[in-house]
Write a protein that binds this ligand. Structure first.
Ligand SMILES: Cc1cc2nc3c(=O)[nH]c(=O)nc-3n(C[C@H](O)[C@H](O)[C@H](O)COP(=O)(O)OP(=O)(O)OC[C@H]3O[C@@H](n4cnc5c(N)ncnc54)[C@H](O)[C@@H]3O)c2cc1C
Length: 387
């Protein structure tokens, strides 16, 4: 038996003993996920127990170092854990922008104090984060952002940043405890005048206003900052070098978004069993593309984690994964016939299919639109003339 085989059999036994039966079914929607944070209300004892046992083992972030709340697993061990969780249908114990976005950026750019302070809390699900990037005048042209942070020297209250401005499309800003936020600290250079700050959403001067969507949900907010005082040390990386942190974080965000459509997806043909031969052919073609994508993205994710991938590779996987997810939802709607038009029905799923279909449209916008990903691939990977 190799070490990895032994790890697999220990992991299998541990999961069997510790994963509550209620946590062995795929997440049906974002609402089923455990987001953690200081105001989180667990949906069940099983959800609480699952987070606690996994966090105690460092397995909410299996490949982070043990010193920062992680499991310290090698890439192969982390893969085995993922496979063993998939085998029993175990849900992720924690869904968190801290894990998928901020954590990797802190590991690379944070000071030792910042890593010690924030990463353990993220791993245990104690802070829920939101992302303050987009502004009314800065989406695809993110570096055009105007939210300003002014350095203030204050011998009595402590040196700090004074932040003023507005963000938009801030997912779950009204539920988050803290924000990672891009601010302008110099107007002399576009990218070179941006800094990356962390602050508590309960700081005086922060307010949020939810935006209602066509799906009937309200997952985003407008977020306003009115003279928000942020302690000087809550900057990640150097002053005016926040663009490097922002881009690195975006790479991880794009990897995460690219896999969203596959999470718990399985074969569409097995799930839908359509009778129409043309639809069957389209679904079969989708299933083949989906398997190819899963293999490709696993390879890219491993290369990305090992620092061997092209810096623009998350743009390829983000583009391919989100376009595939839209196709999946189009096919699911087509195969469901009149059931797909259900919206407020009391019959079980209550409009899940059309809501998922509408949500999938946002997939190819969030984290940078498909057009922007194609521009990046054209310029940095294909080196096309004029790109
Ligand atoms: C579900 C979802 C969640 C989100 N969550 C967050 C969040 O938590 N935090 C946050 O900060 N932001 C968030 N966003 C915002 C997201 O990052 C922006 O919507 C996105 O970057 C696009 O910016 P925009 O909406 O201003 O569109 P624009 O930049 O105005 O683009 C409009 C259209 O023009 C196209 N376009 C623009 N420039 C070019 C170009 N150079 N070449 C070709 N085409 C171009 C775009 O592709 C798009 O089709 C979220 C968005 C969605 C949909």
């Amino acid at each position: 038996m190799t070490d990895l085989d032994a790890f697999r059999s220990d992991t299998r036994a541990w999961l069997e003993a510790n994963c509550p039966p209620e946590m062995r079914s795929p997440l049906r929607s974002e609402a089923d996920a455990c987001w953690g944070g200081r105001n989180w209300t667990f949906q069940s004892d099983a959800q609480r127990r699952w987070l606690e046992v996994m966090a105690e083992r460092g397995w909410t972030v299996p490949d982070w170092p043990k010193d920062y709340g992680g499991g310290g697993l090698s890439p192969d061990e982390a893969r085995v854990l993922k496979e063993e969780m998939q085998r029993i249908g175990a849900r992720p114990p924690l869904t968190s922008f801290g894990i998928s976005m901020l954590g990797p950026a802190l590991l690379k750019f944070g000071t030792e104090e910042q890593k010690k302070h924030y990463l353990g809390q993220i791993a245990r699900g104690e802070i829920r984060w939101c992302q303050g990037y987009s502004e009314p005048g800065a989406g695809s042209d993110l570096a055009g952002l105007q939210t300003k942070a002014e350095a203030v020297s204050d011998p009595i209250g402590g040196d700090h940043w004074l932040v003023t401005g507005q963000k938009v499309w801030t997912s779950y800003a009204d539920k988050a405890d803290w924000i990672f936020c891009l601010v302008r600290t110099s107007s002399e250079s576009k990218q070179g005048g941006i800094s990356f700050l962390l602050f508590d959403m309960e700081t005086p001067g922060v307010s949020t206003k939810p935006i209602l969507l066509i799906s009937g949900n309200s997952p985003f907010c407008e977020t306003f900052f009115d003279n928000v005082k942020v302690p000087k040390e809550q900057i990640v990386g150097e002053v005016n070098k926040g663009w490097d942190v922002a881009k690195y974080l975006l790479g991880h965000e794009r990897e995460m978004i690219s896999g969203m459509g596959l999470a718990g997806g399985g074969s569409l043909g097995a799930a839908m069993k359509p009778t129409d031969p043309l639809l069957r052919a389209e679904i079969a073609a989708f299933d083949v593309d989906s398997l190819a994508f899963a293999a490709m993205s696993e390879r890219f994710a491993a290369m990305w984690k090992a620092g061997e991938a092209h810096p623009a590779s998350p743009s390829m996987t983000k583009y391919a994964g989100t376009e595939l997810n839209k196709r999946r939802n189009e096919l699911a709607m087509a195969a469901s016939g009149s059931d797909a038009l259900e919206w407020d029905s009391e019959r079980g799923k209550k409009g899940k299919a059309p809501r998922d279909w509408l949500r999938s449209k946002g997939n190819s916008i969030e984290g940078g639109t498909s057009e922007i990903q194609l521009n990046i691939v054209a310029k940095h990977i294909l080196r096309l003339p004029g790109a």
